[in-house]
Design a protein. Structure first.
Lengths: 396, 216
């Protein structure tokens, strides 16, 4: 019965996203027209030992097609031990719109550095950019276009993997592509759950009214999105304002990142558990609970798997070969195949929407993603569980 | 923040209802197809059972038993002796598949109960035929009956322990008599539905379950 429940919920979520795609005609979504006048934007870039990459990030900003007079860049050094500050100073000496600021409250993490940057920002819009992320030339203009709607308080970018090389990076490329579309769909339900670190833009008033990034959170980009949702602030999502970000290239680094995301996510759920409420509309009654249920189901499936392993049923079935496997084939397996087919349809539609000449999502990559990712996610959650049990302190 | 700039929360009931209806429909299709597959599997199983029952090996066995001609007997004995492993393998494989089916569909599933009865009848017939074969052809292979059952367990020690001991006994017999042993297992829990089990149990198990019996 447990497996039927898991299959039902998984199928429901897949169907929900597909219906959203068809309802909003996502392949013909019009992004807002560019405004005649662009607002003043402050780009805040927190850095810690980013000597190797910060130059590329600043170069990508310099080549942006945003009016120089309407732009300032605030690099916040979180007491880097390498040559990051020197590298940045090469730019501050050459470009007067780029500033370097030392974070006085260093050692706390990314959020503290961002807060320092926000305090120095003079723009009516404040963008946060990760130091290993490279916005496309027109990304900022496209994102600021959303703020022509006065009710929009924040906008998220289209985050893609920067030049994926190995299998680990290519798998993440598919994952990020799927996330671009799902976030856009969630924005139609006013249910965006995260303003991603690689590039997000906020109205300055958001920080004045709701406060700074939470320095006690290890997933502050999700925490501030939840906080905005708690105050019914609108978050828009772009599918054509692109930022390319470096991703972990090794499994171990990916694991550390995902453990942080999972643990941060759990804490954010607990902090905002009051939002599991009709009062918050689609966000409170559907999106938040389904997200939570998704995490719970990983453990349900795991427990079911270990139970089967311990009682020897797993080995008995497979010891008898393919014939016996087919003999054990039942309704839940047929439903699982249907779920897989719908998921493939989902990904292919998403691919059609975001495919561009710079990033090809081949069928092979998608197949690899469908095969490998469920296992990886399970491993990430198992590791998260053990770290939580061990009470290991999570650092940024 | 002025009210007109905040999100007006709503619930897209029609979206969730449609998603639910589609999910239930897809689920229903899946379950229907799954049941069709299970029926096909059961039919396939019955088909394999019938194939074993009507196979040429069984015809040979029966002809052996019905003839008094020593020359024919000798030929049939020789042929059967060479194929002892293959003969028992068919039934054994079918038994394994049935075990998987039982685990998936449950012991009380009527289809499973029906198939198990057919299978035990086949096993009982095979056992009796090979017992006769051993006598007629002077073969010295070991014939083992194994009676087990969770609900009908009569062991003085915990049943799981008793079953484990029996299974170790069987493994030892198998390794000591490689290629020269036939083991017939009967689930005593099916005794009420299966006359074959009832008959063999009363003849050989002396009421003890689990029990490994070497039939001499």
């Amino acid at each position: 019965m447990l497996e039927f429940f898991v299959a039902f919920v998984t199928l429901f979520v897949t169907v929900l996203y597909l219906l959203l795609m068809f309802e909003y005609g996502i392949d013909s979504i019009d992004e807002p027209k560019l405004p005649a006048e662009f607002p003043f934007v402050s780009i805040v870039i927190p850095v810690f030992n980013e000597e190797g990459v910060i130059g590329n990030t600043l170069n990508s900003i310099i080549t942006m097609d945003y009016q120089r007079g309407k732009l300032e860049v605030i690099v916040v050094d979180d007491e880097s031990k390498d040559g990051t500050a020197l590298e940045v100073e090469k730019y501050t000496n050459k470009y007067n719109f780029i500033k370097l600021v030392k974070n006085k409250h260093f050692g706390i993490g990314n959020s503290s550095a961002k807060n320092t940057g926000v305090k120095h920002a003079q723009g009516e819009l404040i963008a946060t950019l990760d130091s290993d992320s490279y916005p496309a030339t027109d990304a900022l203009r496209k994102m600021t276009a959303y703020f022509q709607d006065e009710s929009v308080m924040a906008a998220t970018s289209e985050v893609r993997v920067f030049k994926p090389q190995n299998l680990v990076e290519k798998l993440q490329a598919v994952e990020y592509a799927v996330t671009i579309v799902s976030r856009k769909l969630l924005s139609f339900l006013d249910s965006v759950t995260v303003t991603p670190g690689p590039l997000s833009v906020y109205r300055a008033c958001v920080f004045k009214e709701l406060g700074d990034f939470d320095t006690s959170s290890i997933l502050e980009d999700q925490e501030i999105a939840y906080r905005m949702q708690a105050h019914n602030y609108k978050i828009a999502s772009s599918i054509n304002a692109t930022v390319y970000t470096q991703v972990p290239s090794k499994i171990a680094a990916l694991l550390r990142q995902r453990i942080r995301w999972n643990r941060g996510g759990i804490r954010n759920y607990v902090k905002y558990k009051r939002m599991f409420n009709l009062k918050y509309g689609d966000f409170g009654i559907a999106i938040l609970p389904l997200g939570f249920l998704g995490a719970v189901m990983v453990f349900v499936v795991l427990l079911s798997f270990f139970y089967t392993l311990i009682t020897g049923q797993y080995f008995q079935s497979y010891a008898y070969g393919l014939d016996s496997f087919l003999y054990g084939f039942g309704a839940v397996h047929v439903v699982s195949i249907l779920i897989l087919l719908l998921t493939i349809a989902w990904i292919l539609i998403a691919r059609k929407i975001i495919q561009n000449e710079k990033q090809d999502l081949s069928h092979l990559k998608i197949a690899a993603y469908l095969i490998a990712y469920p296992f990886l996610i399970t491993i990430f959650w198992i590791a998260t569980f053990f770290e939580e049990i061990a009470g290991k302190k999570q650092k940024w | 923040m002025p009210d007109d700039l905040t999100v007006k929360r709503g619930i897209k009931k029609s979206l969730y209802l449609t998603a639910l209806v589609v999910t239930i429909a897809v689920f229903a299709v899946g379950i229907l197809v799954g049941f069709q597959l299970s029926s096909a599997v059961s039919n396939q199983f019955t088909h394999e059972l019938e194939a074993i029952q009507t196979s040429s090996v069984n015809s040979e066995l029966l002809s052996l038993l019905s003839t008094s001609d020593s020359a024919i007997k000798s030929k049939v004995c020789k042929s059967l002796s060479a194929n002892l492993d293959a003969i028992s393998l068919q039934t054994f494989e079918l038994g394994q598949k049935l075990e998987v089916l039982e685990k998936k569909q449950g012991k009380d599933n009527p289809e499973v109960v029906f198939l198990k009865n057919q299978y035990f009848a086949l096993e009982a017939r095979d056992f009796l035929l090979f017992k006769k074969l051993r006598e007629e052809c002077n073969f010295n292979f070991k014939l083992i009956l194994y009676f087990y059952g969770a609900a009908t367990c009569s062991s003085k020690i915990p049943c799981e322990q008793a079953i484990k001991i029996s299974e170790e006994q069987l493994e030892k017999l198998k390794s000591e008599n490689k290629g020269n042993i036939l083991i017939y297992s009967f689930d005593s829990d099916y005794e009420k539905q299966s006359p074959s089990i009832a008959a063999l149990k009363s003849a050989y198990s002396e009421g003890i379950i689990p029990r490994v019996v070497e039939v001499r």
